[in-house]
Design a protein around this ligand. Structure first.
Ligand code: 3UK
Length: 520
């Protein structure tokens, strides 16, 4: 084979070839890939700009397989930096922009990032930690007037017209797991996994099309957002709208009205917040809305049903994880069973396993295991955790599930959040779902708590909707409501109203904190 004929094969393993260059090769270079509040970027421009970012990395002396950190608000700079790094064989590590500075500092130290790309508004808080990082050699500021500017950093792209040769099994990027109970772990993902999630969930569940406009309220630093807002639209040459700000219901509705997305991705809390907003009606502001997806936490049935009625589009609830990169168990269009996570995504298999390691019977709770093409390579420098999570072809999720007689899988909580009342397993999620189906309750979190006899009983923390006040009468009403919906022994013996629930930066309720508060 001559050099010409071999070249395409050589770079095919690099995900940048398929997600970026393929579209230009096939005549879609003029299509819009990304839009933010200031700019838009076509596929041809993304190919060019990511090549320039790659040559900037080479000029800065960042070699292959070295890590660079991205602490970026969602904007078109994110895909330029991400694909620019992959193009150069450099490993980008997107970091949650909502973390406190000391935690970001720990992650920067843990991954030994040699270069940091940071959004200007986030830089001041990070300055003190940046000073103490021996591996960090360059700080590139995006969207501001300080330090090395993103635009100044870009080179001429020479040498990176094509992505560097990479193996499909080579580590392409890392993400840090949200760590609701422990410190974040660096999850290493390979080039092939990006395509795997697009070929399975995006193509076969979402049915994404070239003319789709996607808006993900979940940010790009989160695996859920990275797929929704970047790789899924890019898998078919579609476009994505990026929002830099916090996705409040007001900000989200504004994007919906302005950009008329056809696919919208959110988390349950946001769907609940949007439903509580007076402006939410048919299409939630977009006449083109055809699909809504939810992940991150289980979607309470009541929220799904209300959304379908008010907005006119179902919400597809699916469970994914940083370790599996995206959703592997999901509801499907025209086959939505609210209150469940649906069925395995084509290409993935799941098992529910009891504590003794055998497959659970129908309706018997056990830990969910998953096998599929996008599982991570492992955690960075955490051998013991890697070995207990990625066991052969199976990944342990840490989630309790039951398989219903109809084959649908129902979420019961994290393995460590479940508790027994009168010898019967209680899933905090089930009690929470019953609580939020009452008109007074916006959000709820339930933990097990010892009563006067030392027996564990459900204890609830709730956030009330505007216009409601905590009272003994309301408490009794809520207890009766749960008894009726979830079963008589499951009602919360204690209910406390809080202004907000303790949550991780990605919006997951930290039940362990509530257990600490109550000493339960
Ligand atoms: C929980 C859910 C019930 C579950 C994620 C979609 O959330 C994502 O990744 P994380 O690593 O967290 C994983 C854990 O979150 N979870 C997520 N979705 C659901 N529980 N129902 C759901 N629908 O405990 C899981 O183990 O932050 C979600 C795509 C990619 C992701 N990384």
């Amino acid at each position: 084979m001559d050099q010409e004929a071999r070249q395409p094969l050589a770079t095919e393993g690099n995900a940048a070839d398929w997600f970026v260059d393929r579209h230009v090769r096939d005549g879609r270079g003029g299509s819009t890939a990304f839009r933010d509040a200031d700019r838009s970027l076509t596929y041809a421009a993304l190919q060019r700009e990511s090549g320039r970012f790659a040559s900037g990395l080479a000029r800065a002396g960042i070699g292959r397989e070295c890590r660079i950190a991205l602490v970026l608000l969602d904007s078109v700079d994110f895909p330029v930096a991400f694909w620019g790094a992959l193009r150069a064989g450099v490993v980008p590590v997107p970091i949650n922009t909502l973390l406190p500075a000391d935690q970001t500092g720990s992650i920067l130290a843990d991954c030994r990032a040699q270069l940091l790309v940071v959004s200007a508004p986030l830089l001041p808080a990070l300055r003190p930690v940046i000073a103490g990082l021996p591996a960090l050699r360059h700080v590139i500021v995006a969207g501001g007037a300080e330090g090395t500017q993103f635009a100044e950093f870009l080179g001429d792209g020479a040498g990176f017209e094509r992505p560097v040769q990479a193996h499909a099994d080579e580590v392409a990027f890392w993400l840090y797991s949200s760590g609701s109970t422990s410190t974040p772990k660096g999850v290493r993902h390979v080039h092939a996994s990006l395509r795997a999630t697009a070929d399975t969930y995006a193509a076969q569940v979402l049915g994404i099309q070239p003319d789709d406009v996607v808006f993900s309220a979940a940010k790009l630093f989160f695996a859920y957002g990275l797929g929704n807002a970047m790789t899924f639209p890019m898998s078919v040459g579609a476009s994505s709208v990026l929002l830099a700000q916090r996705p409040t219901p007001d900000a989200v509705l504004e994007v919906m009205r302005t950009h008329q997305p056809s696919i919208f991705a959110g988390v349950p809390t946001l769907f609940a917040g949007l439903l509580a907003h007076p402006a939410t009606g048919p299409g939630a502001g977009s006449a083109r809305l055809r699909r809504c997806i939810s992940a991150g936490e289980a979607l309470p049935r009541h929220i799904g049903e209300t959304w379908s009625r008010v907005v006119g589009t179902d919400i597809l609830d699916g469970i994914g994880s940083t370790e599996m990169l995206h959703i592997f168990l999901s509801n499907r269009p025209d086959d939505v069973q609210y209150g469940t996570s649906g069925l395995p995504v084509p290409g993935y298999e799941v098992r529910v396993v009891t504590e003794s390691g055998t497959d659970a019977a129908e309706e018997e709770p056990g830990e969910l295991l998953v096998r599929g093409p996008s599982a991570a390579e492992g955690y960075w420098n955490q051998r013991a955790k890697s070995r207990s999570t990625f066991v052969g072809e199976w990944t342990f999720t840490g989630d309790k599930y039951v398989r219903q007689p109809d084959g649908y899988y129902r979420y019961c909580g994290r393995t460590d959040d479940m508790f027994k009342v009168s010898g019967v397993w209680v899933s905090p999620f089930e009690v929470e779902a019953a609580l939020v189906s009452h008109p007074a309750v916006l959000e709820a979190a339930v933990v097990g708590h010892p009563d006067g006899d030392g027996l564990t009983k459900p204890r609830a923390f709730i956030v009330l909707k505007q216009g409601w006040e905590a009272s003994a009468a309301l408490r009794e009403e809520l207890q009766a409501h749960v008894k009726e919906r979830a079963g008589p022994w499951k009602y919360p013996r204690w209910i406390e109203a809080l202004r907000e629930l303790p949550k991780t930066a990605t919006g997951k309720i930290q039940r362990f904190k509530l257990r600490e508060i109550t000493g339960g």
